[in-house]
Design a protein around this ligand. Structure first.
Ligand SMILES: CC(C)(COP(=O)(O)OP(=O)(O)OC[C@H]1O[C@@H](n2cnc3c(N)ncnc32)[C@H](O)[C@@H]1OP(=O)(O)O)[C@@H](O)C(=O)NCCC(=O)NCCS
Length: 177
Protein backbone atom coordinates (compact mmCIF):
# COMPACT_ATOMS: atom_id res chain seq x y z
CA UNK A 1 0.00 0.00 0.00
CA UNK A 2 1.16 3.52 -0.84
CA UNK A 3 0.05 6.96 0.25
CA UNK A 4 0.52 9.23 -2.77
CA UNK A 5 -0.94 12.28 -4.51
CA UNK A 6 -4.40 11.94 -6.05
CA UNK A 7 -4.46 11.57 -9.86
CA UNK A 8 -6.94 11.97 -12.69
CA UNK A 9 -6.93 8.16 -13.04
CA UNK A 10 -8.49 7.91 -9.56
CA UNK A 11 -11.58 9.90 -10.46
CA UNK A 12 -13.89 7.07 -11.56
CA UNK A 13 -13.24 5.19 -8.35
CA UNK A 14 -13.64 8.35 -6.30
CA UNK A 15 -17.10 8.79 -7.86
CA UNK A 16 -18.01 5.18 -6.98
CA UNK A 17 -16.73 5.71 -3.45
CA UNK A 18 -18.65 8.93 -2.95
CA UNK A 19 -21.90 7.53 -4.36
CA UNK A 20 -21.70 4.69 -1.87
CA UNK A 21 -24.39 4.66 0.78
CA UNK A 22 -22.03 4.56 3.81
CA UNK A 23 -19.92 7.43 2.47
CA UNK A 24 -23.06 9.44 1.77
CA UNK A 25 -24.32 8.80 5.30
CA UNK A 26 -21.14 9.67 7.13
CA UNK A 27 -19.22 12.18 5.01
CA UNK A 28 -20.48 15.65 4.00
CA UNK A 29 -20.65 14.92 0.26
CA UNK A 30 -22.95 16.34 -2.41
CA UNK A 31 -25.75 14.00 -3.45
CA UNK A 32 -25.96 12.70 -6.13
CA UNK A 33 -22.19 12.70 -6.64
CA UNK A 34 -20.92 13.24 -10.19
CA UNK A 35 -17.64 13.01 -12.09
CA UNK A 36 -17.54 16.83 -12.25
CA UNK A 37 -17.69 16.89 -8.44
CA UNK A 38 -14.78 14.48 -8.22
CA UNK A 39 -12.82 16.69 -10.62
CA UNK A 40 -13.59 19.73 -8.41
CA UNK A 41 -12.55 17.70 -5.36
CA UNK A 42 -9.21 16.93 -7.02
CA UNK A 43 -8.45 20.37 -8.43
CA UNK A 44 -9.92 22.51 -5.68
CA UNK A 45 -10.13 20.69 -2.39
CA UNK A 46 -7.11 18.39 -2.70
CA UNK A 47 -4.66 20.38 -4.81
CA UNK A 48 -5.82 23.71 -3.36
CA UNK A 49 -5.43 22.25 0.10
CA UNK A 50 -1.83 21.23 -0.58
CA UNK A 51 -1.08 24.67 -2.06
CA UNK A 52 -2.05 26.41 1.18
CA UNK A 53 -1.34 23.44 3.46
CA UNK A 54 -4.78 24.01 4.93
CA UNK A 55 -5.52 20.37 4.02
CA UNK A 56 -3.12 17.57 3.20
CA UNK A 57 -4.96 14.67 1.58
CA UNK A 58 -3.40 11.48 0.26
CA UNK A 59 -4.75 8.84 -2.06
CA UNK A 60 -4.21 5.31 -0.79
CA UNK A 61 -3.25 2.92 -3.59
CA UNK A 62 -2.57 -0.80 -3.79
CA UNK A 63 0.54 -2.43 -5.28
CA UNK A 64 -0.92 -1.97 -8.79
CA UNK A 65 -1.48 1.73 -8.08
CA UNK A 66 -5.24 1.19 -7.96
CA UNK A 67 -7.05 3.79 -5.86
CA UNK A 68 -8.33 2.35 -2.57
CA UNK A 69 -9.37 5.42 -0.62
CA UNK A 70 -8.30 8.75 0.82
CA UNK A 71 -6.86 9.82 4.15
CA UNK A 72 -6.15 13.38 5.10
CA UNK A 73 -5.43 16.01 7.68
CA UNK A 74 -7.12 19.36 8.08
CA UNK A 75 -4.87 21.97 9.68
CA UNK A 76 -6.17 24.15 12.47
CA UNK A 77 -3.43 26.66 11.56
CA UNK A 78 -1.17 25.64 14.42
CA UNK A 79 0.08 22.27 15.59
CA UNK A 80 -3.40 20.76 15.82
CA UNK A 81 -4.90 18.71 12.98
CA UNK A 82 -8.11 16.86 12.24
CA UNK A 83 -7.98 13.44 10.58
CA UNK A 84 -10.41 12.10 7.98
CA UNK A 85 -10.66 8.91 5.93
CA UNK A 86 -12.93 7.30 3.38
CA UNK A 87 -12.41 4.07 1.45
CA UNK A 88 -13.86 2.64 -1.74
CA UNK A 89 -16.44 -0.06 -0.90
CA UNK A 90 -14.36 -2.84 -2.48
CA UNK A 91 -11.34 -1.89 -0.34
CA UNK A 92 -13.14 -2.10 3.01
CA UNK A 93 -13.12 -4.81 5.62
CA UNK A 94 -9.43 -5.72 5.27
CA UNK A 95 -7.82 -3.41 7.81
CA UNK A 96 -6.43 -1.13 5.10
CA UNK A 97 -8.04 2.04 6.45
CA UNK A 98 -6.45 1.39 9.84
CA UNK A 99 -3.02 0.88 8.29
CA UNK A 100 -3.28 3.98 6.10
CA UNK A 101 -4.51 6.15 8.96
CA UNK A 102 -1.71 4.95 11.19
CA UNK A 103 0.80 5.92 8.50
CA UNK A 104 -0.85 9.32 8.21
CA UNK A 105 -0.56 9.78 11.98
CA UNK A 106 3.12 8.90 11.87
CA UNK A 107 3.58 11.59 9.24
CA UNK A 108 1.54 14.06 11.32
CA UNK A 109 3.51 13.54 14.51
CA UNK A 110 6.96 12.80 13.07
CA UNK A 111 7.10 15.20 10.14
CA UNK A 112 4.46 17.88 10.59
CA UNK A 113 5.13 18.32 14.28
CA UNK A 114 1.52 17.79 15.30
CA UNK A 115 0.85 18.01 19.03
CA UNK A 116 -2.69 16.71 18.90
CA UNK A 117 -4.98 15.20 16.27
CA UNK A 118 -8.78 15.34 16.41
CA UNK A 119 -11.14 12.62 15.13
CA UNK A 120 -14.88 13.18 14.69
CA UNK A 121 -17.62 10.94 13.34
CA UNK A 122 -21.29 10.19 13.48
CA UNK A 123 -21.66 8.32 16.77
CA UNK A 124 -23.30 5.43 14.88
CA UNK A 125 -20.23 5.02 12.64
CA UNK A 126 -18.88 1.87 14.22
CA UNK A 127 -16.08 1.23 11.72
CA UNK A 128 -14.69 4.74 12.14
CA UNK A 129 -15.01 4.55 15.92
CA UNK A 130 -13.21 1.20 15.95
CA UNK A 131 -10.34 2.65 13.91
CA UNK A 132 -10.02 5.66 16.22
CA UNK A 133 -10.03 3.42 19.29
CA UNK A 134 -7.49 1.00 17.82
CA UNK A 135 -5.17 3.88 16.97
CA UNK A 136 -5.27 5.19 20.52
CA UNK A 137 -7.61 8.18 20.34
CA UNK A 138 -9.15 9.10 23.68
CA UNK A 139 -12.87 9.50 23.11
CA UNK A 140 -14.97 12.06 24.90
CA UNK A 141 -18.72 12.09 25.44
CA UNK A 142 -20.55 12.46 22.10
CA UNK A 143 -22.02 15.83 21.26
CA UNK A 144 -25.75 15.33 21.18
CA UNK A 145 -27.36 16.30 17.87
CA UNK A 146 -24.26 17.91 16.37
CA UNK A 147 -23.73 15.61 13.35
CA UNK A 148 -25.92 17.06 10.62
CA UNK A 149 -26.56 15.30 7.30
CA UNK A 150 -29.56 15.33 4.99
CA UNK A 151 -31.82 17.08 7.50
CA UNK A 152 -31.01 14.71 10.39
CA UNK A 153 -29.21 15.75 13.60
CA UNK A 154 -27.34 12.72 14.94
CA UNK A 155 -24.91 12.54 17.84
CA UNK A 156 -21.26 13.24 17.02
CA UNK A 157 -18.48 11.16 18.54
CA UNK A 158 -15.09 12.77 18.97
CA UNK A 159 -11.70 12.08 20.39
CA UNK A 160 -8.14 13.31 20.40
CA UNK A 161 -4.74 11.71 20.17
CA UNK A 162 -1.89 13.60 21.79
CA UNK A 163 1.69 13.34 20.56
CA UNK A 164 3.05 11.72 23.72
CA UNK A 165 0.32 9.10 23.79
CA UNK A 166 0.97 8.26 20.14
CA UNK A 167 4.73 7.99 20.76
CA UNK A 168 4.25 5.89 23.91
CA UNK A 169 1.85 3.49 22.17
CA UNK A 170 3.38 3.58 18.69
CA UNK A 171 4.29 -0.12 18.58
CA UNK A 172 1.14 -1.31 20.32
CA UNK A 173 -1.17 0.56 17.95
CA UNK A 174 0.81 -0.13 14.77
CA UNK A 175 -1.31 -2.41 12.56
CA UNK A 176 0.40 -5.77 12.08
CA UNK A 177 0.58 -5.51 8.28
C1 LIG B 1 -14.67 4.09 7.80
C2 LIG B 1 -14.06 3.21 6.74
C3 LIG B 1 -12.91 3.95 6.04
C4 LIG B 1 -13.51 1.95 7.43
O1 LIG B 1 -13.02 1.08 6.44
P1 LIG B 1 -12.68 -0.42 6.81
O2 LIG B 1 -12.05 -1.04 5.63
O3 LIG B 1 -13.87 -1.08 7.41
O4 LIG B 1 -11.60 -0.22 7.96
P2 LIG B 1 -10.68 -1.29 8.66
O5 LIG B 1 -10.92 -2.64 8.04
O6 LIG B 1 -9.28 -0.78 8.67
O7 LIG B 1 -11.15 -1.30 10.18
C5 LIG B 1 -12.50 -1.26 10.51
C6 LIG B 1 -12.70 -1.83 11.91
O8 LIG B 1 -14.04 -1.58 12.27
C7 LIG B 1 -14.71 -2.80 12.47
N1 LIG B 1 -16.05 -2.61 11.95
C8 LIG B 1 -16.41 -2.35 10.69
N2 LIG B 1 -17.75 -2.23 10.60
C9 LIG B 1 -18.22 -2.40 11.86
C10 LIG B 1 -19.52 -2.40 12.43
N3 LIG B 1 -20.60 -2.17 11.69
N4 LIG B 1 -19.64 -2.60 13.77
C11 LIG B 1 -18.55 -2.82 14.54
N5 LIG B 1 -17.28 -2.83 14.04
C12 LIG B 1 -17.14 -2.63 12.72
C13 LIG B 1 -13.92 -3.84 11.72
O9 LIG B 1 -14.15 -5.14 12.22
C14 LIG B 1 -12.51 -3.33 11.96
O10 LIG B 1 -12.08 -3.63 13.26
P3 LIG B 1 -11.09 -4.87 13.56
O11 LIG B 1 -9.86 -4.63 12.73
O12 LIG B 1 -10.85 -4.81 15.01
O13 LIG B 1 -11.81 -6.10 13.11
C15 LIG B 1 -15.11 2.77 5.68
O14 LIG B 1 -16.14 2.09 6.33
C16 LIG B 1 -15.69 3.95 4.92
O15 LIG B 1 -15.12 4.43 3.96
N6 LIG B 1 -16.89 4.40 5.36
C17 LIG B 1 -17.56 5.53 4.74
C18 LIG B 1 -16.83 6.85 5.04
C19 LIG B 1 -16.63 7.07 6.51
O16 LIG B 1 -17.45 6.70 7.34
N7 LIG B 1 -15.51 7.71 6.84
C20 LIG B 1 -15.18 8.07 8.20
C21 LIG B 1 -15.83 9.35 8.56
S1 LIG B 1 -15.39 9.81 10.23
Amino acid sequence: MTLRAHREEDLDRIVEQCQDELAQRYVPLPSPYSLAMAQDFLNGYVRGGWDTRARTDFAVADDNDRYLGSVGLHSHNDDRYEVGFVFHPDARGRGLATIATHRLLEWAFDDLGAQVVLWRANASNEASTRIATKLGFELSTPLVGWFYRHGVYDDEAMGTLRRQRFVDNRDATKPSR
